[in-house]
Design a protein around this ligand. Sequence first.
Ligand code: PLP
Length: 336
Amino acid sequence: MNLARFPRVRLAHLPTPLEPMPRLTKALNGPELWIKRDDCTGLSTGGNKTRKLEYLMAEAMEQGADIVLTQGATQSNHARQTAAAAAKLGLDCHILLEDRTGYNHENYKFNGNVLLDVLHGASIEHRGPGLDMNAEMEAVAETMRGEGRNAYAIPGGGSNATGALGYVNCAFEMLAQFNDMGLLVDHIVHATGSAGTQAGLITGLKAMNADIPLLGIGVRAPKDKQEANVFALAEKTAEKLGCPGVVKREDVVANTDYVGEGYGLPAPSTLEAIDIFARTEGILLDPVYSAKGAAGLIDLIRKGHFRKDERVVFLHTGGAIGLTGYTHVFDVKDRA
Ligand SMILES: *Cc1c(COP(=O)(O)O)cnc(C)c1O
């Protein structure tokens, strides 16, 4: 097991801070809450995809790519961070955006992540909902190759074994921080979507033999499917890392009770989580991922899932720039 042998380009500001959340802890009257600030990875307003892109973009460069392609929902944080990484490395970037929510609001379609995709110089094309977006992207990449381009396709969310190495790295980074600070951590909680974050984290934690349960709060798929996706990717990641079989099926735990109506559609608990974090800690969450993760954390605390003498780290995966694409879900005009 040797993470350093994989090609990597430095894109993120690391290590990201690990901070206590005393006012949120007090407000919820539950376990001691800390936050790992992967919303502060730095690249074009930051977020979790930057860690994955350190390994993915290195592979693209190694293969001599002149253009990278990726895909995601309209307000994809992953697409935005890919566009920024490509700009920084002097590669072209082409993005396929899927209309996954049906929202027709001006800000949703053109503000937030979409604005930044454009500013970073990415070209964009659109797809309706329900297609196999990785297949759509591969077809576009093939056409480009036929035209003489060296196209490198990055799957949705950057979630393959190469991208997941970024979260193996994050697991190592957190364990070093816990050790340096003398912090005993009982649980780590985060939002899980395309599975790379959870797969990388669990592989890193198990490879280090760390006995800290990891809980992914789902944003899209039902529990069985989410856990199966994460486990399959964790197995591939462990194999790539040189420690096959280190992750057991029961190490992969997802709770998908906080999805609400669907991907990208904030539930009342999502909006409440945004409110609580913003008012107690001055921390911005996003309505698609981190606030659904936080809604799960908050509800599980209220239900007594964590003991009061435990310490829980919430991994903030970023995305707050997406708030400006979701102005229609907040009653700003009534209050400002
Ligand atoms: C992509 C994303 C996630 C989910 O990470 P996966 O690796 O796709 O599971 C969580 N939070 C934010 C803000 C994201 O953009």
